[in-house]
Design a binder for this molecule. Structure first.
Ligand code: CUK
Ligand code: CUA
Ligand code: CA
Length: 622
């Protein structure tokens, strides 16, 4: 009898549960959403900074597959990037060093949309910005600027048509700059005052705006304040927002967290351009420096949560709001590390206004938008992401029940969160939580005291424009250290623009060596130029002969016509390695100071006869 009841009960439960489960499976099965079977392409490219790895991770979304660990500020021998004796190496060494700390990647825009041309990223450590060519996924330019230390936040400011014009960067750490006339060379003629517990008044951290094409500084702006952290621009390109956590001008942490509120700076870029035209600037180390204290209306300072971090402006999804919403300024939101609130600014008018300070949770860092009217906040301390309705948060700032849409646990301690295409035309489909701690996450294989970083994919498609619905955590994937932020472009937009082989002339400075043009040319008493081709599976010469002490410049061209047939070149004893993609030419220089016979060989498995792809460098004793 008992068995019969149990059977009945089980049947009843299953009878309810099975249809429920099936209903859920119909549109909610995460595997169906993120699983990409053989030959299935992702919808988006995600470009994520790789932090201390010094480059950019290229990841497919929603699958989370890592497609490339793109080197920028660090040599990467697998890609033959910035090897010994290469021009890239020289560019890195000139601008600060062989490692970097990348934070904020941004894609260039035309008409407010990613145009698939350039990717920019900052190196916080050496105050540099790099430009990556998205036809080849290669870093092509790296520059730094004077008068500033440690570029943290960056933003791409568009012109009036929504085309990327400036790459602007925040100087985070204060450094002495008196932009006073009569002091050529800037601060060098002035004694550096002692710091004590306060940063001296003439130590600034300017906002620097670079020409997006050349990365040369166009102008810098200083004010009575310094220390800027995260940056964003309003969609129109008029406002450039910088968060400042050290309004106190403290020289240590105790000083830096004293004030109950800090400041967000709103820089009027259009006004800055007028000031430049009118000649109201001072040249400091060759850079036009605008001083906001002498140009009223150039900056506005508004209160921000104590020790703020992320400042992010809303872009609207054109599918929801129409084409006219492109470039329209609405709101920007600032999070603060020490207050459980965010501050909402209205930037739609001629003067930015603080309109609401809603409560969100502990440790709010970064803010993103879905383009439908909701914002999402990473809550570092709570290990949660909160979703909130903007309109309601402005109307009922003291009633979290009214404006809070949903909260979801993440694992653990989220830094940035990225909604897909948030910096152009938000799609409102996925949110990627870029977490800082893994903490022995069940399901992740332990890798020693240091664990991989966890990225979590959250489905936000069910969150509606009127602030209802639930987020859903559907996938976790690891990456090497340490992503900060991401930018996105549709795969269907970028994929067709990516080259399958190098086109000539790509680098005019390095001449392509065509089939049959391999040769050794003595160009001076102590100089030898070697022109060499690589094709499956041999180099253009079986033997290269030089004299001990010669400076050898090698031009190596990959003359393959087929995509993805990359060849390598590794030279024994000389520490030289590089890789050349189809159609590309690379150049490197070394001094042949060790006499002997050295095999050089291909490192990319290019054909069945790849092992045989080797030749000799003979260095005759002097
Ligand atoms: S910062 Cu990394 S978590 Cu450099 Cu954008 Cu906030
Ligand atoms: Cu060329 Cu292996
Ligand atoms: Ca502070």
């Amino acid at each position: 009898m008992r068995g019969y009841v149990r059977f009945l009960l089980a049947g009843l439960i299953l009878g309810i549960a099975i249809p429920l489960l099936m209903g859920a499976a119909k549109d909610e099965n995460p595997a169906e959403v993120i699983y990409h079977g053989p030959f299935e392409r992702d919808a988006y490219y995600m470009f994520s900074s790789s932090g201390q790895s010094g480059g950019v991770f290229v990841i497919g979304i929603p699958s989370g597959r890592l497609f490339m660990d793109l080197p920028v500020f660090e040599p990467r021998q697998a890609y033959g990037y910035a090897g010994i004796g290469t021009p890239e190496r020289e560019m890195l060494e000139k601008t600060g060093g062989l490692w970097g700390d990348t934070h904020h990647p941004r894609l260039s825009h035309t008409g407010w949309k990613p145009d698939g041309k350039w990717l920019y990223i900052n190196d916080k450590a050496s105050t540099r910005v790099a430009k990556i060519d998205l036809r080849t996924f290669r870093t092509v330019l790296i520059k730094k600027a004077p008068n500033t230390q440690v570029w943290h936040g960056i933003a791409l400011v568009p012109d009036r048509n929504g085309t990327t014009k400036y790459v602007c960067a925040n100087g985070e750490f204060e450094a002495p700059i008196p932009p006073r006339p009569g002091l050529p060379g800037g601060y060098s003629e002035k004694l550096i005052p002692p710091i004590g517990a306060k940063v001296p008044d003439d130590w600034k951290s300017p906002v620097t705006c670079l020409d997006a094409e050349t990365l040369d500084p166009v102008f810098q702006v200083i004010s009575g304040y310094g220390n800027f952290d995260i940056m964003d621009n309003s969609p129109s390109g008029r406002w450039l927002l910088s968060n400042m956590y050290n309004t106190e001008k403290g020289a240590n942490i105790d000083e830096m967290i004293k004030a109950p509120e800090d400041v967000t700076q709103f820089l009027d870029v259009w006004k800055a351009e007028e000031e430049l035209k009118a000649g109201r600037f001072t040249l400091v180390n060759g850079v036009k420096v605008l001083d906001a204290r002498q140009s009223p209306g150039l900056i506005y300072l508004l209160p921000t949560p104590r020790n703020p971090h992320g400042i992010h402006c809303q872009r609207l999804d054109t599918r929801v709001h129409g084409e006219k919403s492109l470039g329209k300024d609405t709101v920007c939101i600032s999070g603060g590390k020490l207050v459980p609130r965010v501050y909402i600014y209205d930037v739609s008018g001629d003067r930015p206004k603080l309109v609401s300070t809603p409560w969100v949770g502990l440790g709010p860092l970064h803010v993103q938008y879905d383009g439908r009217g909701n914002f999402y906040v990473s809550l570092f301390v709570d290990s949660q992401i909160g979703a909130y309705n903007i309109e309601k948060a402005i109307k009922f700032p003291n009633d979290p029940d009214k404006y809070t849409v949903d909260k979801i646990d993440i694992h653990y301690n989220v830094g940035h969160l990225s909604t897909v295409m948030n910096y152009s035309t938000p799609k409102g489909d996925w949110l990627i939580s870029q977490n800082k701690m893994t903490k022995g996450l069940p399901g992740f294989l332990p890798t020693g005291p240091l664990e991989p970083e966890v990225q979590e994919l959250i489905d936000i498609r069910k969150i509606t424009a009127d602030g209802k619905g639930k987020m859903r955590l559907i996938y976790q994937f690891p990456t090497p250290p340490e992503p900060h932020e991401s930018d996105f472009v549709e795969a269907e937009k970028l994929a067709p623009l990516v080259w399958t082989k190098y086109k000539k002339p790509y680098n005019e400075a390095i001449k392509f060596v065509g089939p049959g043009e391999s040769r050794v040319v003595r160009s001076g008493p102590k100089n030898v130029d070697v022109y060499l081709t690589a094709v499956r599976s041999r180099y253009g010469l079986d033997e290269v002969r030089v004299k001990q002490g010669d400076t050898v410049t090698l031009y190596l061209s990959n003359i393959e016509r087929l995509r993805d047939v990359t060849h390598g070149f590794a030279l024994q004893e000389y520490g030289v390695h590089f890789a050349i993609d189809p159609g590309d030419t690379q150049k490197f220089t070394f001094v042949a100071d060790k006499p002997g016979v050295y095999w050089f060989f291909c490192t990319w498995f290019c054909s069945a006869l790849h092992m045989e792809m080797r030749a000799k460098l003979i260095v005759d004793p002097a």
